[in-house]
Design a protein. Structure first.
Lengths: 92, 318
């Protein structure tokens, strides 16, 4: 086994761990962060599979934009602490 | 459920409640009366010892049903997906059924499209109709999100209960955070430049319209998160968004329509291919890349902006 194969095995097992642990995370914010890390791992897997254009798209959309949209939604439905927000507003 | 209804009937001593449950609404009760009756019935139900037992039993049976169905469904889904994966052609092995088209693309791609990057030549020349559909899907998605999430504060009554939450969401800025500000100051120019580079080099190096547009959109998002919406509103308004997206999609449709028309009727088209490897090469690929990239960037930033403050861009400037 060369280094590439070992690396891809490690990455794929991490992918499976990420995919399962998203489902079993009770809190929403850590779930979003795990989802984003899944996308980052997937980006490296795309590079190993010799498709760098998909890797760029995965990094920008999967890890960047969709994660941001999830965080925005969490803010909209007020899943996070509401008090902290209000204190911040009063400060500014 | 029947038992609960019976209980409600028994417990509600007033005539009004029983009338409502029977379906006859002769004595029309006022809202406040109804509310009081509802409160009383709920209170007396909660005090009743049987009520909790009934609810608990129902919850348990529902949970059992729900979990068993979820388990069976997920097991079936996993089985179907694994079976379908086993039917896919193996990765890296040549498959005689699919190799014909691939061979044509790899061998004649550079000659026929003039693009060094074969992937770009494929998605914007051989399969340009696909990409047009994708851009329209993104555009439609932006319109749908706009319909669902758009907020107009001017038209909203101030006694509306969500008024202050929405107002707070609109005016609360993350740009007071020092770390975010510094990160945006350092990284956003680099990301925007990298996005433009990917966009313009689509026919030479890996990348192209969609990736470049996504990177540009991410850069715009970081910029607006770090510096506030005011800075981005100066270069990106609602009017600019509408005009740019519309003209990009129209240009794509007309340019590709011309190529398809000439190709189908055997007429020679007058678009120069250029020397392969130069920036101005690949015929229509570069302008189409730019059009797709602009649509994607506008869509991505529009999503973020709609989720954050309920409008694509400021109404005042646009």
């Amino acid at each position: 086994m060369d280094i590439k194969e070992i690396l891809s095995i490690i990455l794929l097992s991490l992918l499976i761990i990420c995919a399962i642990s998203v489902n079993f995370t009770k809190k929403l914010l850590p779930a979003v962060i795990i989802f984003m890390s899944y996308s980052s791992l997937m980006c490296i897997v795309w590079i190993l599979m010799e498709s760098p254009d998909l890797a760029i798209t995965e990094a920008a959309v999967g890890a960047g934009i969709s994660g941001t949209l999830f965080l925005m939604t969490l803010k909209k439905i007020e899943a996070e602490d509401r008090k902290r927000d209000e204190e911040n507003i009063q400060k500014n | 459920m029947k038992k609960i209804f019976k209980k409600i009937k028994e417990l509600s001593s007033g005539e009004i409640m029983s009338n409502i449950l029977d379906g006859s609404t002769e004595p029309d009760p006022s809202r406040e009366q109804l509310k009081e009756i509802k409160k009383e019935t709920i209170k007396s139900l909660e005090e009743n010892p049987d009520f909790e037992a009934i609810v608990e039993r129902q919850r348990k049976s529902f949970n059992l049903l729900y979990y068993s169905f979820a388990f069976i469904g997920s097991v079936c889904l996993i089985g179907v997906l694994l079976y379908l994966v086993s039917m896919l052609p193996r990765y890296g092995v040549e498959n005689p059924r699919t190799v014909e088209v691939v061979k044509r693309y790899v061998e004649n791609g550079l000659e026929e499209t003039g693009a060094v990057n074969i992937v770009s030549g494929m998605i914007l020349d051989y399969r340009a109709f696909d990409t047009l559909g994708e851009s329209h899907v993104l555009f439609t998605a932006l319109i749908c999100v706009n319909i669902l999430l758009r907020i107009d504060i001017k038209n909203m009554r101030s006694d509306y209960e969500d008024y202050y939450t929405i107002k707070r969401d609109v005016y609360y800025d993350m740009s007071h955070d020092g770390v975010l500000r510094l990160a945006a100051f350092v990284f956003s120019p680099c990301i925007l430049t990298f996005g433009i580079y990917i966009l313009l080099n689509g026919q030479i190096s890996p990348g192209g319209g969609f990736s470049g547009g996504a990177v540009l959109g991410a850069g715009l998002i970081l910029m607006s998160a770090g510096f506030g919406f005011d800075k981005v509103d100066k270069i990106f308004t609602l009017k600019i968004n509408n005009i740019v997206t519309f003209s990009a999609l129209t240009f794509y449709s007309f340019a590709k329509g011309y190529v398809f028309f000439t190709g189908a009727n055997g007429i020679e088209n007058h678009i120069p291919k250029g020397t392969p490897g130069a920036i101005l090469s690949g015929g229509l690929i570069l302008p189409l890349d730019i059009a797709v990239g602009i649509v994607v960037a506008c869509t991505m930033f529009g999503f973020y902006s709609l989720f954050r403050r309920g409008s694509v861009a400021s109404h005042i400037n646009g």
